[in-house]
Ligand binder design. Structure first.
Ligand SMILES: *Cc1c(COP(=O)(O)O)cnc(C)c1O
Length: 423
């Protein structure tokens, strides 16, 4: 599918007059329309809730927009819990899906009344010690091990993943928890990241639903929800077919009626924890070409770098690039598009066919709405960019200002930074 930016060159230049590049820009209308489709896709399930995976984009303004469409928050750290609380999302609207969890984070989650998703069987005793008592409702994270395949192609390798409990541990955990007075149970698994396939959720659902039926029969536990977690992907490359969330919801419904309903479990709520699918396509990184270089390859240097978007450097991930104003120009040049880090992997694109780029051109790097800004860092003393919401009525609203050098130096407050420098 052709990838078109959600802004024009003129609009982007207008924004850049007030907020200099680089910046992440988010499409409010796109976020809302998608959130509505997700709700519609699972409307057959009475208790359905999407818990937005906050780590994908921890911006309270965006989290709030999703909350207006019924989404809760999936958190896995103290500050993510605090962000949720700040926007008024607490109690069972918060899923705490953490691992290797520090004690104070369990305390905060319990204080907020969040649903705790236990990553490991050893955490039962830990949690009981920390809280003094176990919550009435608790979730366990399952890891089936092995490899996970869809139509004979290996999608991911749960056996190598640090998350979740083995099958026998899940049974054991349910028995222990039940004995300790837990009343309601949830079951969770995350087997595969960024699946561009309508099959993933239904296949995962089948695994979890069948396990849930056995858990109910063998332990007598009352399972009130099943959490399909994240992993529903987006097409980063133009040749990929986007997921059809309505088909995915329908696929899960079919498995539900085949497995859960006949087992007398037709009241189980379905939860999801999507991050990428909720936000990825509705954000982009807007950056300006500031340098060119002609050596063994042709380079275009932009004013963003890997600290603004780490995925290409970290995973070799593809992010589509559009040169604004040249959407329909022939892609008859080949460039490496680089940032300024003293790291050769700081390249947004390698050997990419693009229209001829002039210094000063604005580039849109697509699909940065999830795991984009949020993976940012400060290497080379680089500063985090602004985040801007492109509202439904096409105005630019600043939802996080750019960092300044003062922000970068702020953690030197153990001594008088400027006084020390003067010595
Ligand atoms: C990262 C994560 C998600 C979201 O994953 P996406 O691929 O962005 O949908 C959901 N749940 C948990 C526990 C995660 O760690």
């Amino acid at each position: 599918m052709e990838k078109r930016p959600f802004i024009t060159k003129e609009q982007a230049e207008q924004i850049a007059l007030k907020y200099p590049t680089p910046f992440h820009l988010y499409d409010e209308e796109g976020i809302r329309e998608n959130a509505k489709r997700v709700a519609q896709a699972f409307s057959w399930n009475k208790g359905f809730r999407e818990y937005f995976a906050v780590k994908a984009n921890p911006n309270p303004f965006l989290m709030k927009i999703l909350h207006e469409h019924g989404c809760g928050c999936d958190c896995s750290s103290l500050t993510e819990l605090m962000l949720s609380e700040t926007i008024g999302v607490t109690g069972e609207e918060v899923m705490f899906s953490s691992n290797d969890t520090p004690a104070e984070e369990f305390v905060k989650a319990a204080d907020m009344g969040a649903i705790i998703n236990l990553d490991d069987i050893t955490q039962i005793g830990v949690l009981e010690n920390i809280l003094g008592t176990l919550p009435q409702k608790i979730c366990c994270r399952f890891n089936p091990g092995g490899v996970f395949s869809i139509s004979n192609s290996i999608m991911d390798n749960p056996g190598d993943a640090k998350y979740g409990m083995t099958q026998s541990q899940v049974f054991e955990a349910f028995r222990i928890l039940k004995k300790k007075g837990v009343k309601e149970f949830g079951l969770h698994a995350f087997l595969c990241s960024n699946t561009v396939s309508n099959e993933y959720y239904p296949m995962l659902a089948k695994i979890l639903f069948e396990l849930a039926v056995r858990l109910k029969e063998e332990t007598g536990a009352h399972i009130s929800f099943i959490n399909l977690s994240g992993g529903v992907g987006i097409p980063y490359t133009p040749d990929q077919e986007p997921n059809d969330i309505l088909a995915i919801g329908e696929g899960v419904r079919r498995v539900y009626e085949e497995v859960l309903t006949p087992a007398g479990m037709g009241d189980v709520a379905i939860y999801t924890e999507m991050g990428r699918f909720m936000m990825g396509p509705y954000g982009c990184l807007v950056t300006r070409a500031i340098n060119e270089k002609h050596i063994y390859k042709e380079y275009v240097g932009v004013d963003a770098c890997a600290v603004n978007l780490m995925r290409p450097a970290m995973y070799g991930a593809y992010h589509h690039i559009t040169v604004l104003g040249k959407e329909d120009a022939p892609a008859d040049h080949v460039y490496d598009v680089t940032g300024s880090l003293c790291e050769n992997n700081d390249k947004f694109a390698i050997d990419r066919k693009l229209p001829e780029i002039a210094i000063g051109d604005l580039l849109v790097i697509h699909d940065t709405g999830a795991h984009g800004f949020s993976m940012g860092y400060n290497y080379n003393g680089k500063l985090r960019s602004a985040e801007i919401l492109w509202t439904a009525d096409h105005t630019a609203k600043l939802i996080r200002r750019a960092e300044t050098p003062e922000d970068y130096f702020a953690t030197f407050d153990c001594f008088d930074f400027y006084e020390q420098l003067a010595k």
